[in-house]
Design a protein around this ligand. Structure first.
Ligand SMILES: *[C@@H]1O[C@H](CO)[C@@H](O)[C@H](O)[C@H]1NC(C)=O
Ligand SMILES: *[C@@H]1O[C@H](CO)[C@@H](O)[C@H](O)[C@H]1NC(C)=O
Ligand SMILES: *[C@@H]1O[C@H](CO)[C@@H](O)[C@H](O)[C@H]1NC(C)=O
Ligand SMILES: *[C@@H]1O[C@H](CO)[C@@H](O)[C@H](O)[C@H]1NC(C)=O
Ligand SMILES: *[C@@H]1O[C@H](CO)[C@@H](O)[C@H](O)[C@H]1NC(C)=O
Length: 307
């Protein structure tokens, strides 16, 4: 189902909450994880307003009105790893969770928004499993669990716009090769469950001494519908986007996608992606943008179909 532009624009509107404390948001992400682990929405439901009809629940851009019974939240998951960030300016949260040892493995990226009365107004998730873009929950777990996401010391924290700029540079680069993306060490992005490495190259403009991380990817794609969650304490930004044409079998449609970044001192340090395809491997047969094989066995994803 193609989401309507109107729906996505509505979802992009942040709440203007004056008194949204970090501790409140931390409680909310803890409730979310409790609910997902139990397969019971009751913890999360306690964050809803008593006023009806002011809450939306979506998975992969599809509205699930009966979410208490028919969403992923109704299925208990082993949570092998999770990380949440908390955006007090927008009164929003983002959580990545990896369920590698559940019988049915998942990697889920979830964004939550709260209204001015601090009631939960939106939960939207990119839910990925076998057949989604380079999906491998064990791979994701192995790649991300030892990353260092320490709080950035208060004197070295970057502004919201600077942190958002890491993500915008990355997505704007899909539209124009003229955009330079400030990659840093370790010069690696985690796409689904696979490590995609860049190359450290000597930058001649910097006197032949400095090394720069160079990543290769295509141009000509305008990535719209960007919804940000930003946490200055961790230099972190997650962006939900619609990724046009990522699924080659539906080239006119935008794939539900989330990209989670950490920047440090002007450079992108980490990036994790989750993209939900309609068909196995987004119809690309285990290659990234049809060019470089990443050695992902196609058999593993052969029977994916999502309607
Ligand atoms: C998934 O990742 C794990 C850990 O890196 C690896 O051992 C396994 O072979 C991968 N599975 C597939 C299907 O690529
Ligand atoms: C990129 O920059 C060059 C030179 O600065 C310019 O001629 C060209 O039009 C730019 N391309 C795009 C897509 O912006
Ligand atoms: C360029 O390299 C030389 C020799 O290593 C060094 O003395 C000089 O300070 C460098 N200049 C810049 C701008 O980095
Ligand atoms: C993927 O494989 C199928 C079947 O072999 C082929 O028809 C299709 O063109 C391939 N797609 C891409 C993007 O390579
Ligand atoms: C895919 O489905 C077909 C038919 O249902 C089955 O024969 C095949 O073994 C499946 N492949 C995988 C990798 O599960």
């Amino acid at each position: 189902m193609k989401p309507s532009t109107t729906t996505l624009l509505l979802l992009a509107t942040p709440a203007a909450a004056a008194s949204c404390a970090k501790t409140f948001l931390q409680t909310a992400t803890a409730y979310y994880l409790t609910s997902q682990k139990a397969g019971s929405p009751s913890s999360l439901s306690s964050l809803l307003s008593t006023t009806p009809n002011n809450f939306l629940y979506l998975e992969n851009n599809i509205l699930i009105p009966d979410w208490k019974r028919s969403s992923l939240l109704a299925t208990p998951l082993v949570i092998d790893f999770s990380r949440s960030i908390h955006d007090t300016t927008q009164c929003a949260t983002f959580t990545e969770l990896v369920s590698a040892t559940s019988k049915h493995p998942y990697v889920v990226h979830t964004r939550m928004l709260f209204g001015p009365d601090l009631s939960l107004s939106l939960v939207e998730s990119v839910v990925t499993d076998a057949g989604d873009w380079l999906f491998n929950a064990t791979g994701t777990l192995n790649l991300i669990r030892d990353e260092k996401w320490d709080p950035i010391p208060s004197g070295r924290r970057e502004s919201r716009s600077k942190i958002q700029g890491y993500a915008d540079a990355y997505f704007d680069r899909f539209a124009s090769a003229n955009v330079s993306v400030p990659w840093g060490a370790p010069c690696l992005r985690v796409e689904g469950g696979v490590a995609v490495r860049g190359e450290m190259k000597t930058d001649k403009n910097k006197n032949g001494t400095a090394e720069e991380c160079v990543m290769v990817w295509p141009v000509g794609i305008h990535v719209p519908y960007r919804r940000y969650v930003i946490d200055e304490e961790f230099g972190a930004v997650d962006v939900f986007v619609g990724f046009p044409g990522l699924d080659r079998t539906r080239s006119d449609q935008a794939v539900a996608d989330s990209h989670f970044f950490r920047g440090e001192a002007g450079r992108i340090k980490y990036l994790h992606t989750a993209s939900a395809c309609w068909t196995a491997g987004c119809g690309l047969n285990g290659t990234v943008f049809g060019r470089r094989s990443l050695g992902v066995p196609v058999d593993n994803v052969a029977n994916k179909t999502k309607a």
